[in-house]
Design a protein around this ligand. Structure first.
Ligand code: ATP
Ligand code: MG
Length: 289
């Protein structure tokens, strides 16, 4: 698991009672349809609140970056969006329908796919079989042929061999991440939840993985929420960023706004703030704004 920026900094200094400034203007201007609308999401484990009253929206075709210190609740949100965990309370509207508390297979069938932070492929199956199996279950177990076609397309998309015999054993960290992505794509998602796609990769591999997420959005039109600790890469790719700390949303906005938010710098970015701001500024220049 990757260590977050500014890990050595204390986290006790989060400003309790700080009021968020909602990006009202941004929502007022929205043109693309909403894919996801999360309201008042809460997850408690016994007496511990891992996610506390989090609300956010994601537009069709958007890449939203979800960031925050270790243990801030990012994967727990993914687990609730994908049905692995039922929320304690709150609403998750996906394409206008309530999905909070539905079983994972129902949510996958409706079009939310995910990758896992720690890849755990079936080692006794080939690469192709792993992806086809994900496609078979993800698409409602209707057709083996459709699942195999989806597997071929997904493997080609992420740049893994599409032949039926290649073994999982030869895959390194980057290959295993690609396999995770191919499995998620084979389920034909409308919304992809990508958890820590870059951990364990070298710089070139990181850039390739980030480009791949962008291609998936650009070419397949898939909306993406991306959890990542490697800020320099994330800030270059995402359209918008949301920041969690201790289970609460503490900031949300354009990469350049979030990278310059003093509270985000204090609880998360720390000494990485400058690099993060530079990456966000570069992305903004490239986007022509
Ligand atoms: N099943 C569980 N039972 C009890 N506590 C849990 C469970 N899952 C997560 N937690 C706790 O909830 C908090 C949020 O965890 P989560 O995995 O969502 O963090 P994260 O933001 O994904 O962190 P990381 O960046 O390290 O992946 C942590 O304190 C974690 O220990
Ligand atoms: Mg996590």
């Amino acid at each position: 698991m990757a260590q977050e920026p500014g890990a050595a900094r204390g986290r006790a200094a989060t400003a309790e009672g700080h009021h968020l400034q909602q990006p009202v203007a941004q929502h007022a201007k929205r043109r693309r349809p909403l894919v996801l609308e999360v309201s008042g999401l809460v997850k408690r484990f016994g007496g511990f609140t891992a996610v506390n009253n989090v609300s956010f929206r994601v537009d069709q075709g958007e890449i939203l970056g979800l960031i925050g210190p270790n243990g801030s609740g990012k994967s727990t949100i993914f687990n609730m969006l994908s049905g692995t965990l039922a929320p304690t309370s709150g609403s998750i509207l996906f394409a206008g329908h309530e999905i909070a508390g539905l079983a994972p297979h129902r949510i996958i069938n409706r079009g939310i796919g995910r990758t896992f932070q720690i890849p755990r492929p079936f080692r006794r199956l080939t690469i192709f079989e792993n992806v086809a199996l994900a496609g078979f279950y993800g698409q409602g177990r209707h057709s083996r042929i459709k699942a195999e076609e989806a597997a071929e397309r997904s493997l080609a998309m992420v740049g893994l061999p599409t032949d039926r015999h290649a073994s999982v054993d030869g895959l390194g960290a980057a290959g295993l991440k690609k396999l995770e992505l191919a499995k998620a794509l084979a389920t034909a998602p409308k919304l992809l939840l990508a958890d820590e796609s870059l951990g364990g990769l070298d710089e070139t591999e990181m850039d390739q993985a980030a480009d791949m997420l962008r291609n998936i959005r650009d070419e397949l039109g898939i909306t993406i929420i991306w959890v990542e600790h490697i800020m320099g890469v994330l800030m270059r790719v995402v359209d918008r960023v949301m920041v969690l700390d201790h289970g609460e949303k503490i900031s949300e906005g354009l990469p350049s706004q979030v990278a310059g938010d003093p509270r985000v710098i204090e609880v998360y970015l720390g000494t990485d703030a400058e690099t993060t701001q530079a990456a966000a500024a570069e992305a903004r220049r490239r986007a022509g704004g």
